[in-house]
Design a protein around this ligand. Structure first.
Ligand code: SF4
Length: 747
């Protein structure tokens, strides 16, 4: 990706400005392995134990960091009483210390400047960088209104900047975790059950008798307790049914692997509904009591027989009937898993609706072994004046998508491109904790938007690709070096967890709360930041919960009693769902009124042309998106991705195991780097598969640069979900090139 005005800079900062001054002994420990080993050896005698919750992914497992007085971290282990991890971290969480020790980290603020006719980054002091950002934010507010500054965020740093943005007067906020990931399932389940699925998902896997994974890769998608519970369920003889064009890890543990033709899930889901209703296998008492629209659903699916679905999905009718009967026999302890990353074909909210309806027919929502009623503890807001009300924000920017419940990142990006029709012009971005280059499809749009901006700030711990396009780069310290908000997540029982610094921030990095406060003060928003240290905020919030910082420092996690009643529906209960009708909505009046299908329909999606294969992507248990690929500990475990290719395809193209190939998509976009071939029966002949997050093109990511291919770069076709604006990204096709198409990249 290259832009004309905002040329990518490879963070090779010239030391012309205020050079980092806060570098300390920690720096030398980070770069001198002899000293580091020496420190480790000596410190083994005396380790400090500090409470945190993991930020390697967003399951947020609570943990203990073991560090010494010299500032070295020896290990991170799970907190035994935490319901997110039960005392066990996944391999990524254990390797989280690599985020701290990575010598490629951003070390000091950087400002884009013109030096000798060349645009470059110049090291700057915090004052210089923050003053510049504050003056640009003031300028944009005065000229265009505060609404024209947008925040694109992910994870903990985003929360602190969200507070700053709301105080400043902008609600133009979005995160790729919605429209590029989970959004469709939240909208689909919300329309059906009146409740988002949320994270962690309230799937009662530990007690399930039948778990159906449809395009969901538990095991590769390493969300800690979900994997632990699935393993327990397998030990307890639960039936696992996996629907996937690839024999995933989960599929290999399943009694039934349905190798579905990609892009046909809704046809299978409708056929399963048909069997349940036709054979009277659905939970009649539950449906009569809690659901509405059953008759319309029955009429809708009457012709969607397994024979009809066979022609679409390639799954044999007897396999469809058999698996429907297995699900029904285990019901209500059956889970059709809602999935997590579900932005595939543009009809993803309807796909999620179909999954939700199937769960409704099986009576699994609110039942043991199905979905439990989750609960969380609410954390009091630290006192501050009310936020000003912006004239417009994410809702107006996404107004074409009536069921969007959060900012749509791609729409904010679109609103950053000036045009006559653009009523909501975005002029500046703060990008906090998200590498847009690897999370947002349609590079052209992203490139055009970035090129149109008046000002752009990136906050990150690492020199991710997006930093190269910023006017100012702010180095954030890692989760091991900072306070963040108290974790309060939904679960079977409410719990909170503390994150506090285990060691001092390395280099001249700072926590996001500090950056937000410093900017707030420069913008005259002192009343929103009435604390010197975020510790004061946390301490006050814990007091409101009847506990204290001192207590949490000792225990890390505190559980609370449920207040909302049982996790499951009881026989005599008259539960009201939070939908318009108070019932589970098989037929959605809301959708009908707005002209959308009130019950999901199967729509045929484009198929690959001859010589092309559908590009499927997924996760590795060792990595989280692109953010961990440079982590020294995790890179050691998996340093590049490979391309799964069916032996039939390998034979046609004469591909050998381990051979490097390049990819070119339907629009002529070529992979920047080669990828190694893995010939395997575990993938259908019409698809190829790779793990997401590799193929970094920033040389400052020393371990990750040039290793493997990037799926995101090959996603130029995006089908937008008309309900909530999600970006369907699985409609891209690639051909396999055995010769380097540019001859400029060394293998
Ligand atoms: S699942 Fe693993 S990476 Fe994610 S928060 Fe838990 S320990 Fe960290």
């Amino acid at each position: 990706m290259s832009t004309s005005r905002r040329k990518f800079i490879k963070i090779s900062a010239l030391g012309l400005g205020g050079v980092a001054t806060a570098a300390s002994t920690f720096n030398s420990l980070g770069v001198n392995s002899y000293l580091e080993d020496f420190a480790l050896e000596n410190a083994l005698k005396k380790l400090n134990q500090t409470a945190t919750y993991c930020e390697v992914c967003f399951w947020k497992c609570a943990a203990w960091v073991h560090s010494d007085d010299q500032g070295a971290i020896h290990k991170i282990i799970g907190n035994d009483i935490d319901p997110h991890c039960n005392g066990r971290l996944c391999p990524r969480g254990t390797g989280g210390v690599g985020m701290f020790t990575d010598t490629d980290r951003l070390k000091t603020p950087l400002i884009r400047k013109m030096v000798n006719g060349e645009t470059t980054f110049v090291e700057a002091s915090w004052d210089e960088a923050l003053n510049l950002i504050a003056s640009k934010m003031k300028g944009i507010k005065d000229t265009h209104g505060a609404e024209s500054m947008a925040l694109l965020k992910h994870g903990s740093p985003g929360k602190h900047f969200e507070h700053l943005f709301k105080a400043y007067g902008s609600d133009s906020i979005a995160e790729p975790a919605y429209a590029q990931c989970r959004g469709p399932r939240e909208t689909g389940f919300g329309l059906t059950f009146g409740s988002w699925v949320g994270s962690p998902e309230p799937t009662d896997i530990r007690d399930t008798k039948c778990l159906v994974l449809i395009g969901s890769h538990i095991g590769e998608n390493m969300h800690n307790t979900q994997v632990q519970e699935m393993s327990d369920a397998i030990d307890n003889d639960a039936t696992i049914i996996t629907v996937d064009p690839r024999l995933s890890t989960a599929a290999s543990k399943s009694q039934h692997w349905l190798a579905i033709k990609p892009a046909t899930d809704i046809a299978l889901l409708l056929a399963w509904m048909h069997v349940l209703i036709d054979e009277n296998l659905y939970d009649k008492a539950y449906v009569d009591k809690y659901a509405t629209g059953f008759n319309e659903l029955k009429e809708h699916v009457k012709d969607y027989t397994p024979e009809w679905a066979y022609g679409i999905t390639t799954i044999k009718p007897e396999a469809i009937r058999k698996t429907a009967r297995v699900m029904a026999a285990a019901a209500p302890s059956t889970i059709i898993h809602p999935g997590r990353h579900v932005t595939w074909y543009g009809d993803d909210t309807q796909r999620a609706r179909a999954i939700a309806i199937l769960n409704g027919l099986l009576g699994s929502w609110g039942r043991r072994g199905g979905f439990y009623f989750k609960e969380k503890t609410s954390i009091s807001k630290y006192p501050h004046p009310p936020y000003p009300k912006p004239k417009w924000g994410w809702e107006q920017i996404g107004e074409n998508y009536p069921f969007a419940e959060m900012g749509i990142t791609n729409e904010l990006i679109r609103a950053s491109i000036p045009s006559e029709e653009n009523k909501f012009p975005i002029k500046g971005w703060v990008v906090a904790g998200t590498n847009l280059n690897n999370s947002i499809p349609n590079k052209k749009l992203l490139e055009e938007a970035i090129d149109s901006l008046e000002f752009m700030v990136v906050v990150d711990t690492m020199p991710m690709e997006i930093t190269g396009y910023a006017d100012v780069v702010l180095p954030e310290c890692t989760y091991l070096e900072r306070y963040d908000d108290i974790r309060s997540a939904t679960n079977r029982e409410p719990s909170i967890a503390l994150r506090m610094p285990a060691v001092q921030p390395k280099y001249d990095s700072k926590p996001a709360w500090w950056m937000a406060k410093q900017l707030g003060e420069r913008l005259g928003l002192h009343d929103y930041f009435k604390y010197e240290d975020y510790k004061e905020v946390i301490s006050w919030q814990l007091e409101q919960l009847g506990t204290s910082l001192e207590e949490l420092e000792k225990i890390g996690v505190k559980k609370f009693k449920r207040k909302s009643g049982s996790m499951y529906l009881s026989e005599d209960q008259n539960y009201e769902f939070s939908t318009d009708s108070g019932k589970i909505e098989f037929y959605s009046q809301q959708l009908a009124v707005l002209g959308f299908d009130p019950i999901p329909k199967y729509t045929k999606h484009p198929e690959p042309a001859a010589g092309f294969y559908r590009l499927n992507y997924g996760r590795s248990p060792m990595h989280t998106f692109s953010r961990t690929v440079n982590n020294p500990n995790l890179n050691d475990l998996k340093s590049e991705n490979d391309l799964w290719v069916n032996p039939k395809v390998a034979k046609i193209l004469d591909l050998k195991k381990g051979q490097y190939v390049w990819l070119e998509n339907q629009d002529g976009v070529q992979s920047s780097f080669p990828i190694r071939v893995r010939v395997t029966e575990r993938i259908r002949w019409d698809s190829v598969y790779m793990v997401h997050g590799f193929g970094h093109n920033n040389k400052k990511l020393g371990r990750a640069h040039g290793k493997g291919a990037s799926d995101t770069e090959l996603i130029s076709q995006v089908t937008i979900d008309p309900l909530m604006g999600g970006t369907g990204m699985r409609g891209n096709f690639v051909k396999i090139l055995t010769e380097n198409p540019t001859k400029t990249v060394a293998v």
